[in-house]
Design a protein around this ligand. Structure first.
Ligand code: PLP
Length: 302
């Protein structure tokens, strides 16, 4: 189908950012099935995003059915098992009819685009460097940070670009109100490991990552303690391992964090830590059908 879309120039999505989206992947498993990973949670998150922007809520069963249909007709583009590549799926919805005063649009389009994406770690599972910023927020505590809405990403572009220009792969945001606690790492959640404990921020302005939710369960399964709580910036120096997590990379180990404001450097070494590596292998293994899916997370498309 045609990827171009003719819209009225006053469309609510264009003028007032009435846009929500999701991101998930289809994987080919070792035994030759095509699966998606926990699409029910993407459906629920998109429902929450739409509700907050005064958009109609797209029903969960129709969301899952639409994702299945898109993957099925694009079967030829789902990369084979073992390639490390996947089919990225981007369901999205936006106000498509004209509005001139600030109000919700009358009509919306729900669409799904899909594209194969290569393996995330081309040079192996290597730690990245990220940058703490104090002079920009991506979302406010009572704003839309917990949702996948276009505006959050627009607000993050400038600090993200600057971090890249300064040699970092991502930004680590602090809480918008006090600048005391870790929020999240660009388009990924943050976690740290110490004393056999998986610690991840609790915050009213971060996206509830489906990967993070799954890793918390796997950490528990492995006998780690799990803590979801505020993490003060100074606590960074006490972690044995730190990482970012999300659909794109599953886990992206962090080797160094530099605080752009204070110049303070937190160093975690040049190799991924043992617990991050184990969690990564376990979750990837489930997605690719190499590890038993005891929690029933994979949905078989065909
Ligand atoms: N945080 C933000 C801001 C994101 O855009 C994403 C990407 O999806 C995540 C975290 C990770 O969430 P998930 O694990 O559901 O992909």
């Amino acid at each position: 189908t045609d990827p171009n879309n003719t819209l009225n120039e006053c469309a609510g999505g264009l003028q007032y950012a009435q846009t929500v989206f999701e991101g998930l992947k289809a994987y080919t498993t070792e035994d030759g099935h095509i699966v998606t990973f926990r699409p029910d949670l993407n459906a629920e998150r998109m429902m929450a995003s739409a509700e907050r922007l005064e958009m109609p809520v797209f029903p969960k069963d129709r969301f899952i059915d639409a994702v299945n249909q898109v993957v099925t007709v694009n079967e030829a583009f789902v990369p084979p098992y073992g390639s490390g590549a996947t089919l990225y799926i981007r369901p999205y919805m936006f106000g498509s009819t004209p509005v001139i005063g600030v109000k919700p649009a009358d009509e919306y389009q729900f669409r799904i685009l899909t594209t194969p994406v290569g393996p995330y770690f081309k040079e192996g599972f290597k730690p990245v460097q990220i940058q703490i910023v104090e002079d920009a927020d991506r979302a406010a505590p009572l704003g839309t940070g917990t949702l996948k809405v276009g505006g959050n990403y627009a607000a993050s572009l400038r600090s993200g670009q600057r971090a890249h220009d300064e040699g970092f792969s991502n930004v680590l945001y602090l809480d918008a109100k006090e600048k005391k606690y870790i929020d999240e790492a660009g388009a990924a959640n943050f976690f740290g490991i110490k004393n056999n404990t998986y610690c991840t921020p609790k915050s009213s302005s971060i996206l509830p990552s489906i990967t993070n939710m799954s890793l918390r369960q796997l950490a528990e399964d492995m006998g780690l303690k799990v803590e979801q709580r505020q993490i003060p910036v100074e606590e960074l120096s006490t972690f044995e391992e730190v990482a970012a997590c999300g659909t794109a990379a599953v886990i992206s180990p962090i080797g160094k964090i530099v605080d752009r404001g204070t110049g303070k450097v937190y160093d975690y070494g040049t190799e991924a830590g043992p617990i991050c590596t184990k969690l990564y292998k376990q979750l990837k293994g489930i997605q690719e059908g190499e590890v038993e899916d005891v929690h029933n997370w994979n949905l078989i498309v065909e």
